[in-house]
Design a protein around this ligand. Structure first.
Ligand code: FES
Ligand code: FES
Length: 168
């Protein structure tokens, strides 16, 4: 029930948030997942919730350098964590998309777009760890991200473009 935690501090896209834990207005409930906190409390709705069970990857964010499904962790377990969401990719000053986002645009690597933020965040984590993934490594990294619109072919091409740009 997390009764020992009176507040949780998380850093999201470089901004530090101290969140009170409890059931009062403005507090996060002990049972709130990170996905819920991001969307409902911090209004970072780029992170999507679909299965809410760790199976589809729509809610993927980067926490402490690793891509994780944010519906599977409680916010009270994230004290001290450094989190990056899709909102943190674009250059805040120029509005310029980062290279992965731009590659997805260039290849129209989405249809409804619901899965796209999760796929992009998984790709970001992959390229941070392995800037030159081959096709098999890309497929393996994205195996947990489902797309019901079958955008996979274009996604693969987009990730290959982003990986290529990373090598220049
Ligand atoms: S919504 Fe989190 S994995 Fe599906
Ligand atoms: S683009 Fe619609 S779920 Fe992937």
């Amino acid at each position: 029930m997390g009764e020992n935690k009176k507040s949780v501090t998380i850093t999201v896209n470089g901004d530090v948030y101290q969140l009170g834990v409890g059931n009062a207005v403005g507090e996060i409930a002990p049972a709130d997942t990170l996905a819920e906190t991001l969307r409902e409390r911090l209004l970072l709705t780029g992170t999507k919730i679909s299965c809410d069970d760790g199976a589809c990857g729509c809610c993927t964010v980067i926490m402490n350098g690793k891509a994780i499904p944010s519906c599977t962790v409680l916010t009270i377990e994230c004290d001290g964590a450094d989190i990056r969401t899709i909102e943190g990719l674009q250059d805040p000053n120029t509005g310029e998309l980062d290279k992965v986002q731009q590659a997805f645009v260039d290849h129209s690597a989405f249809q409804c777009g619901y899965c796209t933020p999760g796929i992009i965040m998984t790709t970001e984590a992959l390229l941070a760890e392995n800037p030159h993934p081959d096709e098999e490594e890309i497929k393996e990294a994205l195996a947990g991200n489902y797309c019901r619109c079958i955008s996979h072919y274009q996604v693969l091409e987009a990730v290959k473009q982003a990986a290529k740009e990373g090598s220049e």
